[in-house]
Design a protein around this ligand. Sequence first.
Ligand code: NIG
Ligand code: FE
Length: 395
Amino acid sequence: MADGLIGLVGIGELVTNNPELGDGSDLGIIANASILLQQTSAGPVIRYLGGDALQVNQHCEPIDLDGRAVVPGFVDSHTHLVFDGDRAEEFVARMGGRPYDGGGIATTVAATRAASDDQLRMLLRHRLTEMHRQGTTTVEIKSGYGLTVADEARSLALAREFTEETTFLGAHVVPAEYEHDRDGYVALVAVEMLQACAPYAKWVDVFCEPGSPHAFDRDEARMILRSGMSAGLRPRLHAGQLGPGPGVQLAVELDAASVDHCTYLSDDDIEALAASDTVATLLPGVEFSTRSPYSDAARLLARGITVALATDCNPGTCYSSSVGFCLALAVRELGMTPAQALWAATAGAARSLRRTDIGRLTVGGPADLTLIDGPSYLHLAYRPGVPIARAFGPP
Ligand code: NIG
Ligand code: FE
């Protein structure tokens, strides 16, 4: 291509997430659109987007998308991709009625510690390719299946080979060897482990669930998050997954970018979120795979709270890498419209990472595109389980 220019024409529906464009909705939808993008050393950049095909045709021989839709690349802002092994039997037991309590995490910790770097790297690459093939272009990756200083640091170093959105989750659960010394483990996470992990991490996260013997309570979580913040990491939190608890208020107190799960929320939690910049990230694939109640997105949206959707891809509570599946669940079960669900999985998830360069399409910005094999983004929820979304370009 001349000057590395690539043109896309015949886009039936282009979702930009820029309300100043197209139909003026939050999705900023342009009908019969064209895009001109240019390869640069920093990746492909959008040079033109709009309704004038001539702007593209005069520069190159364009690719005709024949009426298909294009949306911003999905942002999967919550995953635990660094692991070996699976827990299919635990899943089967749960489908038979056994509740989830986080106890199975120990199985994945053992398998992950036993895996070589090369094995974990291969698994990561495979999972990220799988995601790219389903429309995801940005992925956040947490540690949390190492739970020793060395295993957490290598999990994050490996994740960092693939994404800048890396999260230190040494406080995932208290590992078996510290079962009788919780305080010792909390201190290890907050000092030595943090020091070893901080160079590879952007975020710090804690599984804050006082009802679970495996997870961490408010004071433990606050201490670990504050230590992470002193080391330059930014806070986010797992909270409200197994029951209502203090995690949401703590997230707001610390100005966390996101509080994730939010299956159980009190009225006070909702008010605190409404008065904050903390995004509520909903993970309906977890609720599906653990037979828990679904979170109430409509209640959050009615209070003007920013909602994100992500997969939480992990071997325990949701072994799905499909944002499309989560979108369909959000529309069917969480009370979101298809437009709200797509916005949440793109712009909302970008906001949960405090990013403005992704999650929307704009001239001068990255050509971070997902192609839909259908005439409208509506097909994402309308055709559940059908692989119609695919990220543009190589993984
Ligand atoms: O986000 N609940 C805590 N952590 C993960 C699950 C981890 C696992 O069960 O392996 C989650 O759901
Ligand atoms: Fe998680």
